[in-house]
Design a protein around this ligand. Structure first.
Ligand code: PMP
Ligand code: GLN
Length: 394
C-alpha cells in the first residue's frame, strides 16, 4: 500500500483539537474549559417537548428533506422577531444536522474546485476542512488585537479579493476571539460583496450570546445594499442558544436559489436528521424573550468570573463581547508556545484549554494565544480560576 489512505484534500486534518483536548481532560480528570459545550442541559420544558415528540411518533420516521414545517415556520418567525428579517418558510429555510452540516453543504454546493474562499482567521476548524472537501482554496484574513479586541482590517479584506474569489465566510459573534463585528465592518463587507460579485456565508450560531454591543446579522444590510439578499447564506443552530449541543439541529436562511443549491448537497450528506428534536427546537425558538435575556445574563456573569480569574493569574485577557470563549495571551507568563502550554496545563493545574494556533494558516499570529470556554457552572469556573491563580499568579 504505497498510497496514503486519507486523500490529499483531507491529509492535513487530523483529529480535531476539541476531541483531542476533551480526551485529555477525561484522561487527567481536569476541568474541561477546552471544547465549548455547557455542563448543564438547556430548558427542561424543551427536553420534555423532545420526549413528547418521540412518544407521539412525530419525527421518528424520515422527516421532510427541508425540515419539518413547524421548525421552518419557527425559524422564519425567529428571524423576524429578533432581526426583522423576512424569510418564506417553504422556500427560504433549510434544516440541517447542526451548523456543521450547513457549512459543509453550503461550501460543497457553491464552490467549484480552485475557487477562493476568504475566511476570518482564526477560523472555526470545520471551515478549513469544508473548503478543502469542496476543492476550494482558503484565503485567510487575520483578525488582530487592537485596543483590547480582535479587529478586522477592512483594507486587508479588500486586498484579499481576487478574480478567483467566490465567497467570504464570516463568523459573528466570532469563535474563538469573542469579537462581534460592528455595523461599519458589516456594511463594508456587504458593499464589497455587491461590488465584487461575491457570495457571503455567515455563521451566526452565537447570535444570542452577545454581552457588550449587539449582534447584527449581515442579511439585515439588504435594505442598504440592493442585491445583497441574493448573495447571503445565513447559518445558525440550536446548540448554543438552547444548551443542547448534542441535538445537532441547525438551519440555513437565504434566498430561494441559494437554499435550493445548498439542499442539493445536503440531501446527499444526511438527507435528514434529528426528527423528534426538530419539533422540540421549534418550541424552543418560540420561548419568551426572558429566556434569551436570562441566558445572556448568565453567560455574561460566567465570562466575568473566568476573565477576572485569568487576569489575576497573570494572563493577558482579550475581553470577548460574545460567544462561549475567552482568548488569552500566555506570553506574560513567560510561555512561548500555546500548544505545549495546553498539553501541560492539566498536569500543572488540572485545567484544559485550547491553543488558538490551530485555527490559523499563519500560526505565528497566535503562537501564545490560548482559548478558555466559560459555558460551565459558576462553581466550576471559580474552581478553575483558583487553580490557575495558584499555579501562575506571582
Ligand atoms: N460554527 C461555530 C463558530 C461553532 O463554534 C460551532 C461549534 N459549536 C459550530 C459552527 C457548529 O455548530 P453545530 O454544533 O450546530 O454543528
Ligand atoms: N464549537 C465547539 C468549540 O469551538 C466545538 C464543537 C466540536 O467539537 N466540533 O469548542
Amino acid at each position: 500500500m504505497g498510497r496514503p489512505l486519507l486523500n490529499r484534500r483531507l491529509a492535513e486534518f487530523g483529529t480535531t483539537i476539541f476531541a483531542e483536548m476533551s480526551a485529555l481532560a477525561q484522561r487527567t480528570g481536569a476541568i474541561n474549559l477546552g471544547q465549548g459545550f455547557p455542563d448543564t442541559d438547556g430548558p427542561e420544558e424543551i427536553r420534555e417537548a423532545a420526549v413528547r415528540a418521540l412518544r407521539d411518533g412525530r419525527g421518528n420516521q424520515y422527516p421532510p428533506g427541508p425540515g419539518v414545517p413547524e421548525l421552518r415556520q419557527a425559524v422564519a418567525d425567529h428571524q423576524r422577531r429578533f432581526h426583522g428579517l423576512t424569510y418564506d418558510p417553504d422556500t427560504e429555510v433549510l434544516v440541517t444536522a447542526g451548523a456543521t452540516e450547513a457549512i459543509a453543504a453550503t461550501l460543497l454546493a457553491l464552490l467549484e474546485p480552485g475557487d477562493e474562499v476568504i475566511a476570518l482567521e482564526p477560523y472555526y476548524d470545520s471551515y478549513a476542512a469544508g473548503v478543502a472537501m469542496a476543492g476550494g482554496r482558503r484565503v485567510p484574513v487575520t483578525l488582530r488585537p487592537h485596543e483590547g479586541r480582535f479587529r478586522l482590517d477592512l483594507d486587508e479584506l479588500r486586498a484579499a479579493v481576487t478574480p478567483r474569489t467566490r465567497l467570504i465566510l464570516l463568523n459573528t459573534p466570532h469563535n474563538p476571539t469573542g469579537t462581534v463585528l460592528t455595523r461599519d465592518e458589516l456594511a463594508a463587507i456587504a458593499e464589497l460583496a455587491c461590488e465584487r460579485d461575491l457570495l457571503v456565508v455567515t455563521d451566526e450560531v452565537y447570535e444570542h450570546l452577545v454581552f457588550d454591543g449587539e449582534h447584527l446579522p449581515l442579511a439585515g444590510f439588504g435594505d442598504r445594499f440592493p442585491g445583497l439578499r441574493d448573495r447571503v447564506v445565513t447559518i445558525s443552530s440550536a446548540g448554543k442558544t438552547f444548551s443542547y449541543t448534542g441535538w445537532k439541529v441547525g438551519w440555513v436562511t437565504a434566498a430561494p436559489a441559494l437554499v435550493s443549491a445548498v439542499r442539493s448537497a445536503k440531501q446527499y450528506l444526511t438527507y435528514v436528521s434529528a426528527g423528534p428534536f426538530q419539533y422540540a427546537v421549534a418550541e424552543a425558538l418560540a420561548l419568551p424573550d426572558a429566556y434569551f435575556t436570562d441566558l445572556r445574563a448568565d453567560l455574561r456573569h460566567k465570562r466575568d468570573i473566568l476573565a477576572e480569574g485569568l487576569r489575576t493569574a497573570g494572563f493577558e485577557v482579550y475581553q470577548p463581547a460574545g460567544t462561549y470563549f475567552i482568548t488569552t495571551d500566555v506570553a506574560p507568563l513567560g510561555e512561548k508556545d500555546a500548544y505545549d502550554f495546553c498539553r501541560a496545563l492539566p498536569e500543572r493545574c488540572g485545567v484544559v484549554a485550547v491553543p488558538n494556533s490551530v485555527f490559523y494558516d499563519n500560526p505565528d499570529a497566535a503562537r501564545t494565544h490560548v482559548r478558555f470556554a466559560f459555558c460551565k457552572r459558576a462553581e466550576v469556573l471559580t474552581e478553575a480560576a483558583t487553580r490557575l491563580r495558584t499555579a501562575f499568579a506571582r
